[in-house]
Design a protein around this ligand. Structure first.
Ligand SMILES: Nc1nc2c(ncn2[C@@H]2O[C@H](COP(=O)(O)OP(=O)(O)OP(=O)(O)O)[C@@H](O)[C@H]2O)c(=O)[nH]1
Ligand SMILES: [Mg+2]
Length: 409
């Protein structure tokens, strides 16, 4: 495993997240430098830390810088240490690249990479022409404008392909809407346990993991909420300081969220209350960027097996929620799932009960349609002589439709 020297901020949560990213990208942490301000113009890092940097760099293969860097800063750091320099965005891209499996995910990652590259392209070629620097190998043979143009061309090509995919996804969504099944989406910070919950509810076995960004695509499956069918959708996790162009690149994947009837926003109960509230704000901001209606978003505290009852109260307070309002679950241990299903049922399925009196011959006439309706509603039939009583419970739209069929709506 290549060794990384990490430069990040001193706050524990930021530092730990950065270490998580470094490890998820496949590096071993070889050293750590922290500083409160990382936007100094020449090296990002302040000059007071440069000696320490040079010393620690001897033990490392790459430098990971937990901020956005300009090409000139990358160049300066590389020149000083002789190592390749990776900034926060590039690091996230490396993880995405490793994890992307589906064709769409690969295209999205490629587009994000090009979007990362484009504002840096001209400067990079210029610097490469000055002399070979780690990270800029091979660029020296390009003319400045050629390289820029080549990237633009590739971007256009990939955008075109993604547009086609989006069209296909939209068609698929339309078909699902015809089915009229409500869509429930899982959202939240990366590694909060979305896929673990998805697997539990749908009995699937998608990959879960300790690392960040295990999931890079969207999967939707039918599942049952207290006997009623609905669709559950699992998708890419969020992270703080995620630039808009990366959200944009994943738009066709994340767009699902906009069409969801309900979004379960998972939070990690094992985070300290303030940290959890911060992540809640990060997620809410990203959801707002995706134009998701806030009233469709319901916070859910996952990993409640890792904290006591008092701890859960403190976390509910940190979110400004009443104890009763807060849904706490453990997707791993299967705790609190009944209550979660109750809430989904209440909020989305919204069942109504109706009874219809009809003749037995009529009942025969609609028997096939009734069989089909069983997908959405629960029915009970009691027959007395020539008369039948059909009792239905289900989502209002489905019951209404059945009422029309029976001719009693
Ligand atoms: N203790 C505990 N661990 C959990 C719980 N739910 C998930 N985990 C663990 O948290 C880690 C991340 O879980 P995932 O389901 O992969 O998380 P995710 O939100 O899908 O993450 P990404 O796809 O990377 O965004 C795994 O190691 C899970 O085993 C829980 O309720 N309790
Ligand atoms: Mg996942």
């Amino acid at each position: 495993m290549p060794k990384a020297l990490l430069i990040t901020y001193p706050q524990r949560s930021i530092r730990e997240e950065a270490i998580g990213l470094v490890e998820s990208a496949g590096y071993e942490l070889a050293g750590l430098i922290t500083q409160r301000y990382l936007r100094h113009s020449k090296y990002g890092l302040g000059t007071g830390k440069l000696e320490e940097l040079k010393e620690l760099a001897k033990e490392a293969d790459v430098i990971v810088f937990d901020e956005r860097l300009k090409s000139s800063q990358i160049y300066n750091l590389a020149k000083l240490t002789g190592l390749e320099v990776i900034d926060r965005e590039k690091l996230i891209l490396e993880i995405f690249n490793k994890r992307a499996k589906s064709k769409v995910a690969k295209l999205q990652v490629k587009l994000a990479e090009l979007k990362y590259e484009i504002p840096r392209a001209k400067e990079k070629v210029r610097l490469a022409k000055k002399g070979e620097q780690p990270g800029f190998y091979g660029l020296g043979r390009y003319e400045v404008d050629d390289y820029y143009r080549a990237i633009r061309l590739q971007m256009r090509e990939i955008s075109r392909k993604l547009k086609e995919v989006r069209k296909r996804i939209a068609l698929y969504r339309l078909r699902r809407e015809e089915l009229n099944l409500p869509v429930i989406s899982l959202a939240g910070y990366t590694s909060v346990g979305k896929t673990t919950l998805f697997n539990l509810l749908t009995k699937e076995s998608r990959e879960t993991g300790k690392g960040l960004f295990t999931t890079l695509g969207t999967t939707t499956r039918v599942f049952k909420v207290k006997g009623f069918k609905a669709l559950l959708s699992d998708t890419v996790g969020f992270i703080s300081r995620l630039p808009t162009y990366m959200i944009d690149a994943f738009r066709s994947t994340l767009e699902e969220l906009r069409y969801a009837d309900l979004i379960l926003l998972l939070l990690d109960a094992s985070d300290p209350p303030r940290e959890m509230a911060r992540k809640f704000r990060v997620c809410s901001r990203i959801l707002a960027e995706l134009e998701v209606d806030p009233y469709r978003v319901v916070p859910v505290l996952n990993k409640c097996d890792l904290v006591g009852a008092e701890g859960l109260d403190a976390r509910a307070r940190a979110l400004g929620l009443d104890k009763g309002e807060c849904i706490a679950i453990s997707a791993k241990e299967g705790i609190g799932i009944d209550r979660l299903e109750d809430r989904i049922y209440e909020l989305v399925i919204n069942p109504v009960r109706r009874s219809f009196r009809l003749g037995v011959d009529e009942l025969k006439r609609i028997s096939k349609a009734l069989d089909m309706a069983e997908e959405y509603v629960k029915t009970k039939i009691s027959i007395e002589g020539e008369e039948a009583m059909l009792s239905v419970i289900g989502p209002s739209w489905a019951v209404e439709r059945l009422g029309k069929l029976v001719g009693k709506a």
